[in-house]
Design a protein around this ligand. Structure first.
Ligand code: PDD
Length: 285
């Protein structure tokens, strides 16, 4: 069964959706994106994703072809047209096509807007129960990781390195400190029970799930330190985990072959996953 996708004002079969070879998303990675989780056929924390989308566009001087309210209407139509109950909606806005290849931003072109659904289990997933194994790898990405661009070759290389090493994901390291996972934010819990994650800056993506999790952790009276942490500190942690729209919270039980804590999902990760899912379900629209 073909999906119905959205391309520039039209809902069409995926096999009919075609974008120009001159589209700057294709030629330069000149495009931004968002992934919103879908639970019970509803959008999870979509407002946060729309705010970040607008910010990414502003940073790159891309003007959204429709308002974020209209995007939400499109997202809801796609959920309905594809009978999506659980999974995600991918959305991408590229600067568009000027009919040739030139580096400077062309003026007067219309951005290309693409959305499609992805059905997948978010709640009932083995990784949440067993935890994931990660390797650490040098972070070779550019210096504006706060902008959610489609220029994702470095994360693809990191993820492939993890697959080749027969583990689940890679944590990225810059100057000895963990920045984030290949497509998620990274956290450790120290032996003293302190939740540590890297502070917001241009070095990491400002995760929508991260924001909600830190608020939940604060309500739970968990001590939080937003600071840099080294690979060595991560090896000694009592727990580790990641967060994103597609994982919510997934525990990390092994880093570079070293067992973290008891080698099983920890209390803090399990608790945060549980209460995040409750919040996500209660606030989904
Ligand atoms: N990735 N850091 C990076 C590098 C990411 O790519 C993502 C999300 C996150 C988590 O952000 P959020 O909680 O807002 O999803 C952090 C998405 C899911 C992706 O690329 O598919």
């Amino acid at each position: 069964m073909e999906r119905i996708v959205y391309l520039d004002g039209q809902f069409i079969n995926e096999s009919e959706a075609k974008v120009s070879i001159f589209d700057r998303g294709f030629l330069f990675g000149d495009a931004v994106y968002e992934v919103t989780a879908v639970l019970d056929g509803k959008l999870v924390e979509n407002e946060g994703h729309m705010v970040r989308l607008q910010r990414s566009c502003n940073e790159l001087q891309i003007s959204l072809p429709v308002t974020t309210e209209e995007i939400t209407t499109i997202q809801k139509s796609l959920i309905e047209k594809n009978n999506l109950n659980e999974g995600g909606i991918y959305l991408q806005v590229s600067r568009g096509s000027a009919g040739d290849r030139d580096f400077g931003y062309p003026s007067g072109i219309k951005p290309t807007l693409v959305l499609f659904t992805q059905a997948r289990s978010l709640l009932d997933t083995p990784k949440a129960v067993k935890g994931m194994k990660v390797i650490t790898i040098e972070d070779i990405r550019w210096k504006r990781r706060d902008i959610k661009t489609v220029g994702l070759l470095a994360p693809c290389m990191a993820k492939q390195a993890a697959i080749d090493a027969k583990v689940d994901d890679a944590w990225l390291v810059e100057d000895g400190y963990i920045t984030e996972g290949s497509s998620n934010n990274a956290y450790i819990v120290t032996q003293e029970g302190v939740l540590v994650t890297r502070p917001l800056s241009n070095d990491i993506l400002h995760g929508i799930t991260r924001k909600a999790l830190l608020e939940l952790a604060e309500k739970e009276k968990i001590t939080i330190e937003e600071r840099l942490f080294t690979v060595a500190e991560a090896y000694k942690a009592s727990e580790a985990f990641v967060s994103s729209a597609t994982t919510f919270v997934w525990p990390v039980v092994e880093i570079d072959g070293r067992t973290i804590g008891a080698g099983a999902p920890g209390q803090v990760a399990n608790k945060l996953r549980k209460i995040y899912i409750e919040l996500a379900k209660a606030t989904a629209e």
